[in-house]
Ligand binder design. Sequence first.
Ligand SMILES: [Zn+2]
Length: 325
Amino acid sequence: MQDPYDEIEWSSVHRLHSINHEHTFGANRDGWAWGNENEPGPRRRFQTLYDRGIRHFALSNYYPSKPTYPLRAFFSDVPADAIGCPNAEHATPTGHFCSVGSTFATHPETYDGSWGELFDDILGALQFPNGGGVVINHPRRSDIGFETSRELLAYDPRVLGIEVWNHRGVVLPKYRARGNATALWDELLSAGIHTFGFFNPDYHRAWDCPRAGSLARGRNILLVDETTEEAAGRAYREGRFYGALDGSGLAFERIETTGRTVTIETNQPAAIQFISRGETLRTTWSTATAYTIEDVYPYVRIEAHDDTGERIFSQPIVTETSSAC
Ligand SMILES: [Zn+2]
């Protein structure tokens, strides 16, 4: 069994709310390409993230694709508990990639090289050797299907996974509702390809900007012993986080695997779903439930939602040795 949560002390763990794909600047720090009289500037965009509970800011600004790090170099009055993380969104003809924990910067709009060379550059500039890695952004919006995902993920174990939720891709009509990649995630996991799922707004506007049509949704809740940059990077590397689509008032209080039995607790009643191969195997309305994974299922992941629209997504618990990592 590969359970990314197996070493967590749930009674004392910190939940560090993070985004790894979100923009606060337009085309660059000084040129606010998306700004106008209805669009607040970068400091206001940063503030709306903070007001919504984000404390770990792996901002993914481009172009140039250069880390918005340290935060104090870019924003005034940064709150003491706001943690920065080098990251940027890099583009190749194959797709867009975030570089969580990497100080690598590119200046042209498209990286001058192959995706493999880009990954080498990103991974060669990791701030902490045990933290962060590459994330495949909005795979459906980029037409990255199963085969290409498999190739990208097999390149290096530090290619961490796919962006399962890209809120901008869900809500903007031009992206034709291609921001939700849960089906691709299940397809990869069903084939034994171990990939973590990432959840992000990818907003280019303030979180609560009315012109964007809805509140931004999507965050990664990092489960850390201490709220430091290094611990956050390790949580990303090791999959010690879960995705959330809103606040998130709904929380996993325990995800524990013993043998093939997975025990789940939530902080309030929720519909707890066990999912494998794209099927919901069981749904229980409760704050605590356990499920024993049958031999035929190569993994299980857990989603839970409450009646206010909060939805949380565990990382997969893999029952077979994966061929991909
Ligand atoms: Zn983006």
